[in-house]
Ligand binder design. Structure first.
Ligand code: TXA
Ligand code: MG
Length: 311
């Protein structure tokens, strides 16, 4: 990935004025603003039309920066050393002297934090004097955006600047783990649970139905392309798009492939942009073939299940 320093400096200048910009990450694109500024963070909620009680993830360059705002513990340090920067978000307790805006976490004493891996965003975080609060760069309840074009589809010219970093390499949001007590996974995501368990040498509880308080954004209807989605489909209806995990010969115009040969990492990478493409092409609904529930397939199935709640 070629890094254009002029673009990163432009992004910094806009952020310093407490405006929002869009940043690329390896999971999905983020709608970012200065996490220390009430004014800047309010703009994120307004642009996304996001309820105030749904807290934001704060993005840091490294541990040194994070320690200014959060208390750490041994489990966190272990996971940080092994997986960061990378697709994992930690819920930690705030320090009393933290400068994080109360707007970010609805006045709570905990914070979701993450260290994104995308080289452009890392470079940006390194030269800023503050961390970046950033939810996924999509309208609330829609699928996340994984490239600049999809961001524009949702926000048009309401966004001051998009730092274009190509397609997100993972394509699914980060895994969220609550580390305030016994570790708990609140959202399946880009980092497989089995790898976390291996590192901590123990089984970790996955919270299937987080409450409003434990993770407000994990409500049932989420990640929806805006048309009905049917799972484990075998027979396809008229005017329905057929979503398949591997390419087939002699395909028809209603068939969409998420990978060449069924590689689940490719499936994750292409999922959201393909769902958006199908919606754009005006299909009335989407029939998805069964997707293996292994590895990142678990996170893919979690997202599709939520999308299938749309009626
Ligand atoms: O990969 C990602 O995590 C992307 C990129 C941009 O970093 N971000 C992302 O943010 O997916 P968002 O806001 O779309 O989803 C964050 C989820 C929401 O469901 C929110 O409710 C939950 O994290 N969350 C944020 N802060 C929390 C907290 N303090 N405690 C529990 N859940 C929290
Ligand atoms: Mg989101």
């Amino acid at each position: 990935m070629k890094i254009n320093l002029a673009n990163i400096k432009k992004a910094k200048k806009i952020l310093n004025k407490r405006e929002c910009i869009v940043i690329p990450t390896e999971t999905v694109y983020g709608l970012a603003a200065n996490a220390y500024s009430d004014l800047a963070c309010k703009k994120i909620f307004k642009l996304k039309n996001r309820p105030k009680n749904n807290p934001l993830i704060v993005h840091y360059f490294n541990l040194k920066q994070l320690k200014k705002d959060c208390k750490t513990n041994n489990t966190f340090l272990k996971l940080y050393r092994r997986f960061c920067p990378g697709p994992i978000t930690f819920i930690l307790n705030l320090k009393s002297g933290s400068k994080i805006s109360n707007i970010v976490n609805n006045n709570n004493k905990n914070l979701a934090v993450r260290f994104p891996k995308h080289p452009i965003t890392r470079k940006l975080l390194k030269i800023l004097n503050f961390p970046l609060a950033a939810p996924s760069a999509n309208l609330s309840s829609k699928v996340s955006a994984v490239n600049a074009k999809d961001v524009k589809e949702d926000f048009g010219n309401k966004i001051k600047y998009i730092l274009d970093g190509g397609s997100s390499s993972i394509g699914i949001e980060s895994t969220i783990i609550d580390l305030r007590g016994k570790p708990k996974i609140l959202r399946l995501g880009g980092l497989e649970t089995s790898l976390i368990q291996k590192e901590l040498k123990k089984k970790i509880k996955i919270i299937k139905k987080p409450t409003k308080i434990s993770s407000p954004g994990q409500f049932k209807l989420h990640y929806s392309p805006g048309i009905p989605v049917r799972l484990n489909a075998k027979k396809i209806k008229k005017k329905e798009a057929h979503l398949l995990i591997r390419k087939v010969k002699d395909s028809s115009s209603n068939q969409f492939f998420l990978s060449k040969k069924g590689d689940l990492n490719q499936v994750a990478k292409n999922l959201y942009s393909t769902l958006r493409e199908i919606k754009r092409k005006k299909f009335s609904s989407i029939a998805v073939e069964k997707i293996p529930n292994s590895g990142i397939g678990k996170a893919i199935n979690d997202r599709l299940k939520r999308a299938s709640k749309y009626k």
